[in-house]
Design a binder for this molecule. Structure first.
Ligand code: PHE
Length: 487
């Protein structure tokens, strides 16, 4: 279909490296650095981690391959790719619902993701400020934070929350950068950002992890992350959280890997690439835990740390871990101002390559569907997502008591957490479930097998996982996670 400039999906990644960097860039983000440590912390450490790894290997990897296969076959937006494959298989194009749910999920994630992206920019700014005073004061540990006690630093997040304008402004800035990159296109924007930012991210990540292991409470972290109460292993809520986190982190069930797969060239080995994306993402999540907790634990008093490790006291929960506990903890470390700055710059790089992906999933569909240029579509969809995110960000101040859905897993949640829960615990799992059923049972096996690059035993194994294990496990976890009182 011909259309105005920028419409259509003829663009390809310029190299396999670009594809891998863009896909890894989409996968590695706030999900690994913020959501994973927070979920692990609030779901019993080791039990969550073990089930998370199970979900990545048994569900994530097979679905990742399935999604990239659909994308490369369809060479279009995620929704169109699924319907094209359905038609070619003599099935109803309504199967495109699998991608549509995911695309909506990605869009809703973008709304609040960008709010947190804004916090990251804000904290990077605070540490720049801190560094500047540190340099003028001739020391690296005593910058703008010097003379403040840890409550003051911890309350920085509180101050930001109380300052709705600042929060919205930072969210606007983060969204504007995201829109800018997506508007410039696949090779001109998304891929350029990924091939520069991701290698830099990995260097920073490595440096900070080594620093944290050498200076922080590393052995305590190991026992926290890898020991657990066996009873929690079968807790349906822990299981649903781990499944949701695995999909979120690998950018699955969000139409994204179908979208990015569409830009992959015919000679890309999708199975091998999926393996690389999956292992890079999972290593970053686990290593992020090994980088963050040693710093947080090192800053605790020995008594508090003992209580946390024995499970008497919870670890700092949720977003407070990264945006309140961690900045305080950096303050107590040698060279903390510099490390803090590098840390938030690194998180920004990871977050940007993911938010770009989150926007791209719907831009690639809408620009084709409504025949509008890519840049116009990116601006319109980005601004709408900005508006929804801005309203959700009031959950941290004026709308803190607005808890509109007092039932089930939504009980007691404000708008912001509702967006995260509905996407992570419902939309992504539902989309991944439909993708697995579609590829496992509905789509023509010959088309699928011609794309996936597998043969012999690995092909049989993948077919078993995608047709049987993935649908059954996702359906069971969804069901019992949503209706825990049924067991
Ligand atoms: N995987 C990203 C992260 O971990 C989030 C994301 C989800 C990006 C879905 C794109 C699609 O932060």
């Amino acid at each position: 279909m011909a259309g105005p400039a920028g419409v259509g999906h003829t663009e390809n990644w310029s190299s396999r490296f670009a594809f891998v960097m863009a896909a890894v860039g989409s996968a590695v983000g706030l999900g690994n650095l913020v959501r994973f440590p927070a979920e692990a912390g609030s779901n019993g450490g080791g039990a969550f981690v073990i089930f998370y790894i199970f979900c990545v290997v048994m569900i994530g990897l097979p679905v990742l391959l399935a999604e990239t296969v659909i994308g490369r076959y369809g060479k279009s937006s995620a929704v169109d790719s699924v319907s094209k494959l359905a038609r070619a298989s003599g099935r109803s194009p309504l199967w495109a619902a699998a991608a549509f749910v995911g695309m909506l999920g990605a869009y809703f994630i973008l709304t609040y993701y960008s709010v947190i992206g804004g916090w990251v920019v804000y904290f990077a700014g605070v540490f720049v400020d801190d560094m500047a005073s540190a340099v003028s004061g001739g020391t690296l540990t005593q910058g703008a934070f010097a003379g403040q006690n840890s409550e003051d630093v911890a309350s920085m997040l509180g101050t930001l929350h109380g300052n709705a304008e600042m929060m919205v402004a930072m969210h606007a800035l983060f969204m504007a950068i995201t829109i800018f990159v997506v508007a410039r296109g696949v090779t001109g924007g998304i891929e350029k950002v990924a091939v520069w930012l991701m290698p830099t991210f990995f260097l920073l990540f490595l440096a900070i992890t080594v620093y944290s292991m050498l200076t922080g409470a590393f052995t305590e972290t190991l026992s926290f992350l890898f020991s657990f109460e066996p009873s929690r292993l079968l807790d349906p809520n822990v299981m649903l959280s781990a499944l949701g986190q695995a999909l979120f982190s690998l950018s699955l069930g969000s139409a994204l890997m179908i979208t990015y797969g569409a830009y992959a060239s015919a000679d890309t080995d999708l199975a091998k690439t999926s393996g690389m994306i999956g292992s890079a993402d999972t290593s970053v999540a686990i290593i992020a835990g090994l980088a963050i907790f040693p710093i947080v634990f090192a800053a605790m008093t020995p008594d508090l740390l003992a209580e946390v490790l024995s499970g008497e006291k919870p670890v700092p929960q949720g977003l407070g871990l990264m945006f309140s506990t961690l900045p305080v903890s950096f303050q107590t470390m040698p060279g903390g101002s510099l490390i803090g700055l590098l840390f938030f710059v690194m998180v920004f790089f990871a977050a940007l390559t993911s938010s770009v992906a989150l926007l791209e999933a719907s831009v690639s569909w809408a620009s084709r569907q409504f025949n509008i240029s890519r840049s116009m579509t990116a601006v319109v969809l980005g601004l709408m997502a900005f508006a929804i995110g801005a309203v959700a960000s009031f959950s941290f101040n004026t709308l803190a008591d607005f808890k509109p859905l007092p039932f089930g897993i939504f009980d007691g949640l404000e708008l912001f957490s509702i967006l995260d829960t509905v996407t992570g615990k419902i939309m992504l799992p539902v989309s991944a479930l439909l993708v697995a059923i579609f590829v496992g049972w509905i789509a023509d096996k010959r088309i699928i097998n011609a794309q996936n690059g597998l043969s012999g035993g690995t092909l049989a194994l993948w077919r078993f996982l995608i047709a049987w294990l993935c649908p059954l496990v996702i359906a069971a976890i969804l069901f019992f996670g949503l209706f825990p009182n049924l067991i």
